[in-house]
Design a protein around this ligand. Sequence first.
Ligand SMILES: *Cc1c(COP(=O)(O)O)cnc(C)c1O
Length: 471
Amino acid sequence: MIKTDWKPLLDLTSRLAREYLESLADRPIRARATPEQMLAAFDGPVPETGLSALKVVEELARGADPGLAAMPSGRFFGWVIGGSHPAALAADWLTVAWEQNTGMAEPTPAASMVEQVALRWLTELLGLPAHCSGALVTGAQVANTVCLTAARHAVLAAHDWDVEVDGLQGAPKISVLVSQEQHDTVAKSIRHIGLGTRSTVAVDTDEQGRMRAGALAQLLEETRGPTIVCAQAGNVNTGAIDPMSEICDVVDRHRDQRSGTWLHVDGAFGLWAQASADKRALSRGIERADSWATDAHKWLNTPYDCGIAFTAHPEAHRASMSIRAAYLPEGADEGYRNPVDWTPELSRRARGFAVYAAIRELGRQGVEELVDRCCRMASRFADRLNDAPGVSVVNDVVLNQVLVRFSDGGDDDAHTRRVVTRVQREGTCFMSATTWHGMDLMRISVSNWSTDESDVDRSLESILRAHAERV
Ligand SMILES: *Cc1c(COP(=O)(O)O)cnc(C)c1O
C-alpha cells in the first residue's frame, strides 16, 4: 500500500479551516470576487504533472478565499441557509476520512446504524409518528421527490396499478393539488416522477401564503381517482405554515370516500416548528399527513448536503425505492435497514454521522432553543425595522422569515432593491431580495445557530444606513 504522511496535510487543512471559521467574525459576508474572477483564477489546461497534496490544498484555499461567501456566519440571512454546528462539522470531517459507502447495513454497520438512530431521533424531535420510515438524501428537493415517488406508488396501488412494474403508460390519471405558493422544487419533483406540471391544480392561498383549506375541499370534491395533495410548512417568503389540522380534516374526508389519496408536506424549514413548544401550535395536526420533506442543512445546521424524507407508509416508501441486485447482500429486515432500500442513490455519503452529532451536541432542549432563538432574532429584526421611518415589515413574523419594504417617497420597489444591493455590497451582513405579491422586498431568514443579538443589531445598523443613503 502506498504510504502517505497524513500529519502535515491534515494539520495544514485543520489550520486553514480554523482560520476561515475564525475570520467569520470580521470578513465581508458577501464573496469579494466575481464568478469571472474565480474562473480566471482557476481555469487553465489540464495540468500535465501533479503537485504535492500539501501544495494543492494550500493553493486551493488561497485561490478560493476571495470567492467564498461567509454563509456559515451569524450575519448571513440570505435565502434559508444554516451554518454547521461544531460537532456536526467535525463529524463530517470524520465522515470523509472514514469514507463509508453507506448503502448497505452489514458492510458498514456504524454508518448505517448511526443513520438509523439519527432518523428515529428526528422523528421524535419533529413529532412525527413513531412508525415513520425515513431517508437521508441531499436536500429537500430530493426529499420531495422521494416522498412523491412513494405517494405515486400508494395512490396507484389503491387503484390496482403497480407503477413499479407497469410504469405510468396507461395508468389511471393522478391528480396533484398543490398550494399556489408551493416551493418550485415541488413542481420539479412532480416533473421528475412523470406526472408533469399540467397534471397539477393550484390551490388558493391566503394573504400570508397559506393554503386555504376551503379551496382545497372544493377542488377535492371535483377530483376523482388517485390524488396527491401537497401542502407546505414554512412558506419560503413569509415562513407561514399551512393550516394543517384543517387540511388533514379535508383530506381525510376525501380519503374516506375515495381510495388512493396522499397528503405530502414540504417542510424544508417549517417542519422544525414542531421541535419548539412555543411554535408547535403553528404546525398542529401536521403529524396526520402521509409524508414530509425537510432539511437538516437548513435549521438543524448540519453541513451540506442533508435533506430528509419521512413517510407514514414504510411499505409504499420501500416499494418505490428498494433495489435488489445479485451482487449486493440481501437486506436484513430484523431490526435494521439497508439505506439503499429507502433512497434514490446506491452509493452514498454517510450523512447520518453529522446529523447524529448535531442532535447529540444540542439535545432536545438545544434543538428547541435553536429554533426559538432564530425566531426571536427574526422578531427583533421585525420590531426594530417597523419602528424605523419609511420601513415596513409586510408579513406576520411567525417563524424565522421577515419581509421588508423600504420607502423613500419615490418608487418603493426600486428603493427596496437598492437597499438590498447596498447592504450586500457593504458586507456587514447578507440578505436576499424577493418578489412577493407584486412587491420587491428584502427577505431576512434567520437560520444560523450562532446568530445573536449583536449580529442582529450590527445588521440593523447596516440596513438602516443603506435605507438612509441618497441615490
Ligand atoms: C429550501 C427549500 C426547498 C429545497 O431544499 P433544498 O435543500 O435546497 O433541496 C424546498 N422547499 C422549501 C420550502 C424550501 O425552503
